[in-house]
Design a protein around this ligand. Structure first.
Ligand code: DC
Length: 223
């Protein structure tokens, strides 16, 4: 049996940073499921599909060939064989992903792929529904949160450090909207699994959160 670590939480809570570090320390693969939803969103944007048109999204998603590969330990998301890692991180793709991720047919397709990866490898998988739907029997389940203000400030600092312009208020609004969409959708909404451990990263360092998760793994006899 593979060892499975599930990390769920809202956008900007630090899931991917933490998940990558935990995966590296454990020698497990890291599966960023958000990147898969982003690749699907890119597919829809390229096809000029309206993200609010549920029927069109449901129909077209069957044509998207999304895959995951690992190069130098990094997850590479493939859309019809093309490495799309560098073009799925925009706000446009993120907003489209939040819309298309509501679609049951989109989720069905991607969840199959995610379950398959976790059955063949020891994984750290992050997303919104990993502990609740994708890996309900995961060995360690974390629900990673941080306040909206802290998450917005982190995103703001990240953009500014790249020398780009940002408006803290706009980012905060965007995060609130994304939270609402992810938490209030009908299919697989973002919520804490009953047996997940909640970790609020607002005032913890990356190392503190990582150590907390590693010690939870130790507690499961996985050292
Ligand atoms: O984590 P992220 O921002 O890259 O995710 C992009 C979108 O995909 C986000 O709005 C919610 C959705 N998502 C999801 O519905 N289920 C997942 N397991 C991961 C992401």
């Amino acid at each position: 049996m593979s060892f499975q670590i599930a990390i769920d939480g809202p956008a900007g809570a630090g899931k991917s940073t933490i998940a990558k570090l935990v995966a590296k320390k454990k020698g497990y693969i890291y599966v960023d499921t958000g990147a898969m939803y982003r690749a699907m969103a890119l597919f829809m944007i390229r096809k000029n599909i309206d993200g609010n048109d549920e029927e069109a999204v449901g129909k077209e998603c069957a044509g998207a060939d999304i895959g995951i590969a690992y190069r130098d330990g990094e997850q590479v998301v493939l859309l019809d064989g093309e490495n799309v890692n560098s073009i799925i991180r925009t706000e446009e793709v993120g907003n489209m992903a939040s819309l298309t991720a509501k679609n049951p047919r989109v989720r069905e397709r991607l969840v199959i792929l995610q379950k398959e990866l976790a059955s063949r490898n020891n994984v750290v998988m992050d997303g919104r529904d990993i502990g609740t739907v994708v890996l309900p029997d995961a060995d360690v389940k974390i629900y990673l949160t941080a306040s909206v203000e802290v998450r917005a400030k982190r995103r703001y600092d990240e953009i500014i450090s790249k020398g780009e312009k940002a408006d803290l208020q706009v980012i905060e609004e965007d995060i609130r909207l994304r939270d609402k969409q992810d938490m209030e959708r009908e299919v697989s909404p973002l919520r804490k699994a009953e047996d997940a451990i909640e970790v609020d990263s607002s005032y913890l360092t990356i190392e503190e959160v990582t150590d907390r998760i590693l010690s939870l793994c130790d507690g499961k006899g996985n050292t």
